[in-house]
Design a protein around this ligand. Sequence first.
Ligand SMILES: Cc1cc2nc3c(=O)[nH]c(=O)nc-3n(C[C@H](O)[C@H](O)[C@H](O)COP(=O)(O)O)c2cc1C
Ligand SMILES: Nc1ncnc2c1ncn2[C@@H]1O[C@H](COP(=O)(O)OP(=O)(O)O)[C@@H](O)[C@H]1O
Length: 308
Amino acid sequence: MELIRGIHNIRPKHRGCVLTIGNFDGVHLGHQAVIKGLIKDAKEHQLPSTVMIFEPQPQEYFRKGDAPARLTRLRDKLALLEKLGVERVICIKFNETFANQSADEFVQRILVEKLGIVALTVGDDFRFGKGRAGNYEMLQTNGARYDFKVKSTASLRQKDCRVSSTAIRNALNQGDIEIANDMLSRPYSVTGKVVHGWKKGRELGFPTANIPLKRQVSPLSGVYCVKVTVADKSYYGVANIGIKPTFNGKRTLLEAHLFDFNCDLYGQVIEVAPMRKLRDEKKFDSFSELTTQISCDVEAAKAYFDLI
Ligand SMILES: Cc1cc2nc3c(=O)[nH]c(=O)nc-3n(C[C@H](O)[C@H](O)[C@H](O)COP(=O)(O)O)c2cc1C
Ligand SMILES: Nc1ncnc2c1ncn2[C@@H]1O[C@H](COP(=O)(O)OP(=O)(O)O)[C@@H](O)[C@H]1O
């Protein structure tokens, strides 16, 4: 899969493609339906299937610290798109200049002049351009003028609920991990590189592999039974997603303690899939109370995984 980073990297050789545009956060079942349609159309036109995404996601740009939780980091999103068979991704830096572009300018400058699109697939609620003025009808009018086809994909529903990134965020937030996983068609997971922490974990008797969540808002918080994958090997464990109020922490981290494991994980990329929520994070009055609680969490997770 070819990755084009930024509008300035779109070259004349990239003209002529079948395109879809969106955030694709989570690459859920609804997104997958759009992508499958895109790939089919691209094959028919014998042109590369191309997905345009934005980084940061527009809501993250507009709402700064108050943006909705992110389901997939850029690299996870790209890996999932590649797995679906997408040939080309254009990742556009969503900044002030881009945000101020009118819907007409976007269509003319980027879709028509730069990309020479032949067909465009969008979701039925797609909006774009300054003030979200661009929509499906506007695209159809432009398609007739500039000679490209426009298709809208109806929303996918599952158990009477529209599959959407928002519905998945809400399900995760409420601890309904199974509902989220059904909509994603895979277990929700967080992937990241293990960093050094405060070296308190081993003192407490529960070393934890720490993944910083940086500016990315997590859709989950609290203590979970988790399945952790390290270099293609899986382990069960417990994890806390939070700020460690007992230690007056400020930054959100995911910290996973793996069962039956005693190796160095620093610098390694691990994938953590929360399976069941155990409780909310808490500020304890003493370290010994925290340690007693973590022992209970470990017991509860082992029971959940049938390890006792
Ligand atoms: C299962 C589990 C539950 C945890 N629950 C809490 C909690 O409720 N409150 C809290 O302040 N820290 C909680 N922690 C985080 C610990 O405080 C943290 O792992 C410890 O400070 C070690 O940090 P370090 O890896 O930076 O050394 C939990 C950790 C684990 C593994
Ligand atoms: N069972 C385990 N689960 C998680 N990490 C472990 C385990 N055993 C050893 N480790 C290692 O110990 C580190 C965590 O120890 P800890 O004292 O919590 O240090 P830190 O504060 O740097 O995270 C992990 O990053 C990993 O390299």
